[in-house]
Design a protein around this ligand. Structure first.
Ligand SMILES: [Zn+2]
Ligand SMILES: [Zn+2]
Length: 369
């Protein structure tokens, strides 16, 4: 690849007043890659609900230890091309011109065995400059290769939303042919979860969201859809039990309830219904994080968990292997992203729409426009 001209400065979007939904476009110095690092010219970055939470300091003391610093460059679903290698970076197999992704986990120690809960992980867009900018550094051993034939804008949402729900579905232990309820099925995470679960993993999906998203969710592979705002909790639970009733085996009684419930919504009410939707031995997977103070969840106490042999597991993003697996599903056309492309100047309004729950699928920023 011919040398690319790298500008001294480039455009970046910063959180100018963390705590509020406020961003500013500015020029920052383009950094030099250090030993083992690569410089990536980013073309696209997805916008994730976590970016909103980081910007607004909604997760302090639940997920993140410190308030976000003013001037933070957010973003963690970046795709671009390697334009410069630091000393030794090629040892990781990176070459100039490789198309790669930068994820929420920007780096991990890679020796403790659990990338997503590593004590030494760095987060892209939180105390490390993120992907809402035209050039970003990454450790060479932590970039995610983007499969050939998968365009960059389509790939971006898989780097956080896609890997997160794929990893969470694996942790649900649900097997092909079993029922999974996805709460928040029409959102950025949910719309990928529905496809990965149904088309990628052979699960029978029941989507929950608002009626506005019904046709969309059904078009993605969900077998059934319920509006979780239009019914009382008991109505919803009974609809799900009916929908998941298995034919009885000879001599046995019919089982009902989902094998797993994947909560990608950040509404506390979603967790309050989750255990009630399960059959015995089922699993609730927590992905969406309710904002504010961490509180206990009604209907998910020790009694029901023990009595029905339920599991309540958490799942946060995923590892590098899972990122590659889910990108491979995308490259094979098993799953696609519903997204709209916006310019960098639209980020603040994108966050506003996200807060109101108005986004259908994902927004991807075009960083070079
Ligand atoms: Zn570690
Ligand atoms: Zn994210």
């Amino acid at each position: 690849m011919a040398d690319v001209e790298i500008p001294k400065q480039h455009k970046a979007i910063i959180y100018d007043e963390p705590g509020k939904a406020s961003v500013k476009i500015t020029e920052v110095d383009t950094p030099e890659p250090g030993p083992g690092e690569v410089l990536v010219k980013l073309t696209h970055s997805g916008v994730c609900h976590s970016d909103l939470s980081v910007m607004k300091n909604s997760w302090i003391q639940t997920i993140l230890p410190h308030p976000t610093q003013a001037g933070q460059i957010g973003g963690h679903e970046g795709v671009g091309t390697i334009v410069k290698l630091g000393i030794g970076a090629e040892a990781s197999g990176c070459k100039l011109g490789d198309r790669v992704g930068i994820k929420w986990i920007m780096s991990a120690c890679l020796t403790c065995g659990a990338e997503n809960i590593c004590d030494n992980l760095k987060i892209s867009g939180y105390y490390s400059p993120g992907t809402f900018q035209q050039y970003a550094l990454s450790p060479a051993n932590y970039v995610t290769p983007i499969p050939e034939g998968l365009d960059s804008a389509t790939a971006a949402p898989f780097l956080c939303a896609g890997v997160t729900v794929y990893s969470a579905l694996k942790r649900s232990n649900a097997k092909a042919g079993q029922f999974v309820v996805i709460v928040g099925a029409g959102g950025g995470l949910g719309h990928l979860a529905v496809q990965i679960a149904s088309r990628g993993m052979g699960l029978r999906v029941i989507g929950l969201d608002t009626t506005l998203k019904k046709d969309f969710v059904l078009s993605l592979g969900a077998e059934q859809f319920f509006d979780f705002t239009a019914h009382s909790q008991s109505e919803l639970i009974s609809q799900i039990h009916t929908a998941t009733r298995s034919t009885s085996r000879r001599g046995g009684s019919a089982a009902e309830g989902a094998h797993a419930v994947l909560v990608v919504s950040s509404a506390l009410a979603a967790y309050e219904s989750a255990a009630l939707m399960l059959r015995k031995g089922g699993t609730v997977v927590a992905v969406g994080v309710p904002e504010g103070e961490s509180v206990g969840v009604k209907n998910l106490g020790a009694g029901i968990v023990a009595g029905k042999c339920l599991s309540f597991v958490g799942s946060a993003v995923g590892n590098r292997a899972e990122a590659s697996e889910v990108l491979d599903m995308a490259a094979r056309g098993v799953v696609t992203t519903k997204f709209e492309v916006e310019g960098m100047d639209k980020l603040e309004s994108v966050f506003e729409r996200m807060e109101k729950g108005e986004l259908l699928g994902r927004v991807v920023l075009d960083l070079q426009a």
